[in-house]
Unconditional design. Structure first.
Length: 623
């Protein structure tokens, strides 16, 4: 049956029918509201129904995929704005239309084939890689499918695959297209070129006051200031409150005595290594056997070791190095494999681990006690801060009362100035900036909850509106802009003059000499640029814009003015890369398949029961 279907698709009658199918249904749309569907039917495609259960399963799968991309589950309103319900309906309608067409051609799947597909599905395999009935039952339960629904879905999918493969499995890229693409990708060119810079033109004249004023007037938008808001900010979080605490020495000592049995410090070793060649490996192995000190072996072989520092074993990322360094005694060394050969790893000193002294951990204990105090007090301090804010007390007074740090910044709409707040989360910066630019001077502002923990309070103390600047304020910047423009204009003129000389038949070497520069020869490159970076994609595109003797100029990505002459044009040889050929043929199949299934779906006609759809979507709000 499949061979007959494939043969029909390749025949002239089949191609004519396909053309009429694709073109003839282009004007058909989707009926949005119908009244002849049951209350449990969300939509109908031809004679097939899409019920609410089927829609809900597909909708939830799509929601889960979107949630993985966005990092959060979209709300029902966000899902509608993203077009998820429509997308799910279109996909289900497409499958239903293909199912009907497959049935028309008598396509089917045997029970043996379904059993084979079931046992080959990795979702249902146990630890031994074989089919696990318990895993099968669990996955079906999580998916909300019965066994009958699962096998029906698998059978429908297999029939659709048979249909598509029979129609489009033999789609290939035409030989002419393959050759054109290969030429486009693989053709190479080589150019002589030279670079024009500031030293190749006359220094632009210093602009007069009148010229500066005229330039500023014409380009005021480039020199206009942005609105700036001066704010005082106070952050109240457990960490900020902990920073205000001073822990007494006797409290630290008492905490040390209470917890010292649980305190440990790791052993640390001072490590160095040296890379060895084969001859040196033999010398070090002999010296190791004879008990020769590492330092003596270094001196005898004219080597010097590289110090790696004093490290705990957990701080060493190289597993081989860690095992070697912590497998020898103090003063010993081990020879191990390295990236470029053998290396000798030496331990010159060992700091024993064990229970740390009070001095070693006093700062750590103090920080822990301060954090504990802060967590215990944060709620009470926050209540007091809110009361003081409600009484319109300034942040300077509140900060002084609780010993908190007060930050002040001139903030623009970008919010980059908020980086004065240490450890500020990126999502907080945007919200704080928006709040600052919504605030009004003199009004009490609400606390801003922070992503980690705590609140940020701010007072808007001044607003500097955006304004045009005077020439006196931006004289140097305007003069630099005028000079840069004149320099660029002169370079463009020099480029045009150089190309005109090439047009007149002057050799590129002579043109380059007239600008006191020497020409360079590029390596061969494609239209995407040279592998060694000597020619970028912009210059390459300009070089490929004409024939084998083309010349011209371009401004490369580094801002350099390039004048070039093509000296060699090498056509691509051999066939298109097999991987690229396969990828392009697959893209061709996907394009034809997309047009085909769209036509099939539209021909079958999609009718939507809006009432049932809305009721079904309402059920998803609790998912």
């Amino acid at each position: 049956m499949l061979d007959s279907l494939r043969g029909f698709a390749k025949s002239w009658p089949g191609k004519i029918m396909g053309a009429f199918l694709l073109v003839g249904v282009a004007g058909f749309g989707i009926n949005n509201v119908i009244t002849d569907l049951g209350t449990n039917t969300v939509a109908r495609v031809g004679d097939a129904e899409i019920n609410s259960r089927t829609f809900l399963r597909a909708y939830q799968r799509q929601i889960n995929q979107v949630a993985q991309q966005l990092g959060s589950v979209p709300t029902a309103e966000q899902a509608v704005n993203l077009g998820i319900p429509s997308m799910v309906l279109q996909d289900l309608a497409q499958d239903a239309a293909l199912d009907q067409m497959a049935s028309t051609f008598g396509l089917g799947v045997s029970e043996d084939k379904l059993s084979e597909m079931l046992r080959a599905d990795p979702s249902f395999q146990g630890t031994l890689g074989t089919f696990d009935p318990n895993a099968f039952t669990q996955v079906l339960r999580q998916s909300g499918l019965t066994e009958a629904e699962y096998f029906q879905d698998q059978g429908d999918a297999a029939r659709r695959q048979q249909l598509i493969l029979s129609l489009f499995g033999d789609t290939t890229l035409p030989e002419t297209a393959s050759k054109l693409i290969n030429r486009y990708v693989g053709d190479q060119r080589t150019i002589d070129f030279f670079v024009l810079g500031d030293t190749n033109i006359e220094t632009p004249a210093t602009p007069s006051e009148e010229e500066l004023a005229a330039y500023l007037e014409e380009n005021q938008v480039e020199f206009r200031t942005v609105e700036t808001r001066t704010v005082q900010m106070l952050r109240l979080s457990p960490a900020d409150l902990a920073a205000t605490k001073t822990i007494a020495a006797d409290a630290i000592a008492a905490e040390y005595e209470r917890t010292k049995d649980g305190l440990t410090k790791p052993e640390r070793r001072t490590i160095e290594q040296v890379v060895l060649n084969d001859e040196q490996v033999a010398a070090f192995e002999a010296g190791q056997a004879a008990g020769t000190p590492f330092e003596t072996l270094l001196a005898d072989n004219g080597l010097s070791a590289t110090g790696l520092g004093t490290l705990a074993e957990s701080e060493i990322n190289d597993g081989n190095l860690a095992r070697a360094a912590y497998g020898v005694s103090e003063g010993g060394f081990a020879i191990i494999d390295g990236v470029t050969g053998k290396r000798a790893v030496h331990v010159s000193a060992i700091e024993p681990g064990g229970v740390p002294s009070l001095d070693e951990v006093s700062e750590q204990i103090a920080q822990g006690l301060a954090r504990t105090q802060a967590r215990n007090e944060i709620a009470d301090v926050q209540d007091q801060v809110e009361e003081l804010r409600a009484a319109f007390r300034p942040l300077t007074e509140i900060a002084d009362r609780f010993g908190l740090h007060l930050y002040q910044a001139d903030v623009t709409a970008s919010g980059t100035e908020l980086n004065i707040l240490p450890d500020l989360a990126s999502e907080d910066a945007g919200r704080i900036s928006q709040a600052i630019f919504k605030a009004e001077e003199g009004q009490l502002t609400a606390a801003i909850p922070l992503a980690g923990s705590g609140n940020l309070y701010f007072d808007l103390t001044a607003i500097e509106p955006a304004r045009d600047q005077t020439l006196d304020e931006v004289r140097d910047a305007v003069a630099a802009a005028v000079t840069a423009q004149r320099t660029n204009d002169a370079l463009l003129a020099a480029r045009a003059d150089a190309v005109a000389k090439l047009d007149a038949g002057t050799p590129l070497a002579d043109v380059a000499a007239s600008y006191n520069v020497f020409p360079q020869l590029s390596s061969p490159f494609t239209r995407f640029g040279a592998a060694d970076g000597s020619v970028d994609s912009v210059v390459a595109a300009a070089a490929f814009a004409g024939g084998a003797e083309h010349h011209g100029s371009a401004l490369n990505q580094s801002g350099e003015h390039i004048v070039f002459q093509v000296v060699a044009a090498t056509p691509a040889e051999g066939p298109l890369d097999p991987g690229a050929q396969a990828s392009l043929e697959n893209e061709a199949r996907i394009g034809i398949y997309g047009d085909f299934v769209t036509a099939i779906r539209d021909d079958a006609g999609l009718r939507i029961n809006q009432q049932a759809l809305q009721q079904t979507l309402a059920l998803t709000s609790g998912l």
